[in-house]
Design a protein around this ligand. Structure first.
Ligand code: TMP
Length: 211
């Protein structure tokens, strides 16, 4: 068992994850906890190189299974080099996306199905699970609009069709329904402060209150 806490943020495009990671980190610092902030795909040198392969180029650049394997390859380095060492030191780790994104985007969005993704997770992640996963939920049209307005952060997933984004949104909600002990769905179609308040309430009740 690892002594640190592992928190992940998940959600579709334009849900505001990075803003909420920053807000949660500030709230934790005010409690004397300096978290390690990281992201997927990426979070380790080789994983950041794989990220470029995944987020740049045409939406049809990869076959769905290739894409799933690339995300898992990046995750393996991220776990070995960043997440596990930090947790072993007792640090709190906040990751902007983790394994649920592969289930939602590749399993549901690209329709690979749950079973193959679960098999990949068993190999790559094993029995490590985040202590808390915050799923920021926003209607697809609203999220894609926000993502488009965000300067200089275009990625190939944002250019996939609306049906793909509807499937992955449903995927995240199904993941949350299957694992209510780990996942909290937050309505992200509200202002930043309201979302941050819900995130903080979840962290307080589920992690800080329990020590
Ligand atoms: P983001 O950093 O803006 O969230 O971009 C990363 C993109 O990669 C995002 O569109 C979701 C996608 N992604 C997957 O499709 N599968 C995964 O396993 C992960 C971690 C991300």
């Amino acid at each position: 068992m690892t002594p640190g806490k592992f928190i992940t943020f998940e959600g579709g495009e334009g849900a505001g994850k990075s803003t909420q990671v920053t807000r949660l980190a500030a709230a934790l610092r005010a409690q004397g906890i300096e978290p390690v902030l990281t992201r997927e795909p990426g979070g380790a040198p080789g994983a950041e190189e794989i990220r470029a392969l995944l987020v740049q180029g045409s939406p049809s650049r990869w076959a769905p299974m290739t894409e799933a394997l690339l995300h898992c390859a990046a995750r393996s380095d991220h776990l070995e080099l960043t997440i596990l060492p930090a947790l072993r030191q007792g640090r709190w780790v906040i990751s902007d996306r983790f394994a649920d994104s592969t289930m939602a985007y590749q399993g549901y969005g690209h329709e690979l199905g749950r079973a193959p993704i679960e098999s990949l997770h068993r190999v790559v992640v094993g029995d490590l699970a985040p202590h808390l996963t915050l799923i920021l939920d926003i209607p697809v049209a609203e999220g894609l609009k926000r993502a488009t307005l965000r300067a200089g952060k275009d990625n190939r997933y944002e250019r996939m069709d609306v049906a793909f984004h509807e499937r992955l949104r449903r995927g995240f909600l199904e993941i949350a329904a299957l694992e209510p002990g780990r996942c909290v769905v937050v309505n992200a179609a509200r202002d930043v402060d309201a979302v941050a308040a819900d995130v903080w309430a979840a962290v307080q009740s589920r992690l800080l209150a329990k020590g």
